[in-house]
Design a protein around this ligand. Structure first.
Ligand code: ZN
Length: 93
């Protein structure tokens, strides 16, 4: 039997928040091949929000040590233009 999906209305009216599935351990601690590098924009991009903000540790599960490294890498990546400062492009000009 098919049911009509009624989840299209994602704008919930001020109640529930969805929890991101968060890894138990820091993914950088867990995976030694995964390094934090400002040149790896694709890795960094997973760790920022759509708005280009750094995701909080509670969402990503990143440990304090790596979160710190990460923040530095993200800032550097932004600086050289690998990551956007914000998701929405700022067309000032
Ligand atoms: Zn870690």
């Amino acid at each position: 039997m098919e049911r009509e999906p009624r989840n299209e209305n994602d704008m919930d009216q001020g109640g529930e928040r969805r929890y991101f599935a968060r890894p138990k351990v820091c993914q950088f601690c867990a995976d030694k091949h995964l390094t934090i590098d400002y040149k790896q924009a694709d890795v960094l991009r997973r760790l920022v929000t759509e708005e280009g903000k750094i995701r909080p540790r509670r969402q990503t599960g990143t440990c304090a040590k790596h979160q710190r490294v990460l923040a530095g890498a993200i800032k550097r990546a932004r600086h050289i233009g690998l990551l956007a400062f914000t998701g929405s492009e700022r067309d000032d000009r």
